[in-house]
Design a protein around this ligand. Structure first.
Ligand code: F6P
Length: 328
C-alpha cells in the first residue's frame, strides 16, 4: 500500500450515462479504505479554477440511477496548454490531492496522460463515453445505455417507415467509430449500417441498394454513423444521393442527436461503472499510474494510456456479416 491520502475525481468530455455510478464507486471505495475524496467540478476546467469539494458518502447517495454527471463536465481548451496544466498542478498540490481519477473518453485520457507525464502524478483513467472507441476495453461506460436508447428510437421509426413504404436514414453518434451504428442496426433489425470502419473502396450505399433490398421489403432502415472521416458521410449525404440517383424511392432522415447521451444508465452500465470505479482505487493503492482501467472477457485489466488512446479499436468483422445475412 502506498501513501496516497486524497484522490481527486473528475468527469471530462461528453457526458455518458453511468458516469455518476463511477463517481459513486470511486468515492465510496476510497472512503471505505480511509482515503479522502475530492470532487472536481467541470472537468479539467474546474481543476484549473479550483472548483473542488471534499465528498462524503452522502454526496454520492441517490445518484447511481441518474444520467449525466453530478460533477458536470467540460472540454477544456486551457488544459491543452502547458501553462494550463501547470495551473492545474498547483491547484492539486494546494488541495492536497495526491492522485487523480479521470472519467472520460479519448480526449480526456489524452489530457490525463500529458498531465501525468509532466508532473509525475498518479493518474488513472476510466473509459466513460457512449462511443465505445477506447482501445483495450471491451466496452465503455455509457455505451450500453446509448445503444438501448437508439434501439428504442429505431423501433418507433420503423412503425412510420413501414406505414409509408419509406427508406429512413437514421444518423447515430459515435464520432469516428461505428460500434453504435453497427450494433444498433443488428439489435433493431435494420436493413443496413453505414460505418467508417467498413471498406472504403466499397460504396456502402450501392451495396445496400444492389442487394435488392426493395425486392422483398417495402421499407428500409439504414443506420448511418455520424462520422465524416472521408469528408462526406452522415445521413443527409446518403439521403441526398438516393433522392438524386434513385428518385423512385421516398426517403426521410432522422438524426438522433444528443438524446443518445441522456437517460438512466442500464444495469449493465451501472455494474460496469461500479466495478471500474472500485478498480481505479485498487490501481492507485497498487501504485499503478497512467493506466486506463478496462474490462476484457469480464476481467478488469490495466491498459497503458499510450495504448488506449493511440491504437484504434477494431470493430469485429463478424458483426458486419451478421447484419448482412440477417437483413435479407
Ligand atoms: O464523444 C461523445 C459524443 O457524443 C460523440 O458521439 C459526438 O460526436 C460528440 O460527443 C458530440 O459532442 P458535443 O456534445 O460537444 O456536441
Amino acid at each position: 500500500m502506498n501513501s496516497v491520502k486524497c484522490i481527486g475525481v473528475l468527469t471530462s468530455g461528453g457526458d455518458a450515462p453511468g458516469m455518476n455510478a463511477a463517481i459513486r464507486a470511486v468515492t465510496r471505495t476510497a472512503i471505505c479504505r480511509g482515503i479522502k475524496v475530492k470532487g472536481i467540478y467541470r472537468g479539467y476546467e474546474g481543476l484549473i479554477n479550483d472548483e473542488i469539494k471534499e465528498f462524503t458518502t452522502e454526496d454520492v447517495s441517490n445518484i447511481i440511477q441518474r444520467g449525466g454527471t453530478i460533477l458536470k463536465t467540460a472540454r477544456s481548451k486551457e488544459f491543452m496548454t502547458v501553462e494550463g496544466r501547470q495551473k492545474a498542478y498547483e491547484v492539486m498540490k494546494a488541495e492536497g490531492i495526491d492522485a487523480l481519477v479521470v472519467i472520460g473518453g479519448n480526449g480526456s485520457i489524452t489530457g490525463a496522460g500529458l498531465f501525468a507525464r509532466e508532473h509525475n502524478i498518479p493518474c488513472i483513467g476510466l473509459p466513460g463515453t457512449i462511443d465505445n472507441d477506447l482501445y483495450g476495453t471491451d466496452t465503455t461506460i455509457g455505451y450500453d445505455t446509448a445503444l438501448n436508447t437508439i434501439v428504442e428510437c429505431v423501433d418507433k421509426i420503423r412503425d412510420t417507415a413501414t406505414s409509408h413504404n419509406r427508406i429512413f436514414f437514421v444518423e447515430v453518434m459515435g464520432r469516428d467509430a461505428g460500434f453504435l451504428a453497427q450494433n444498433s442496426a443488428i439489435a433493431s433489425g435494420a436493413e443496413a449500417a453505414i460505418i467508417p470502419e467498413d471498406d472504403t473502396d466499397v460504396d456502402q450505399l450501392e451495396k445496400f441498394i444492389s442487394r435488392g433490398i426493395r425486392k422483398t421489403k417495402n421499407s428500409s432502415i439504414v443506420i448511418v454513423s455520424e462520422s465524416k472521416k472521408d469528408g462526406s458521410g452522415g445521413a443527409m449525404h446518403y439521403a441526398e444521393r438516393v433522392m438524386t440517383e434513385y428518385p423512385q424511392y421516398e426517403v426521410r432522415v432522422s438524426i438522433l442527436g444528443h438524446l443518445q447521451r441522456g437517460g438512466c444508465p442500464t444495469a449493465a452500465d451501472r455494474i460496469l461503472a461500479s466495478r471500474l470505479g472500485q478498480a481505479a482505487v485498487d490501481a492507485i493503492q497498487e501504485d499503478q499510474r497512467n493506466v486506463m482501467i478496462g474490462i476484457r472477457n469480464d476481467e478488469i485489466v490495466y491498459v497503458p494510456f499510450s495504448k488506449s488512446i493511440k491504437e484504434d479499436k477494431p470493430i469485429d468483422r463478424k458483426l458486419i456479416r451478421v447484419l448482412d445475412e440477417l437483413s435479407i
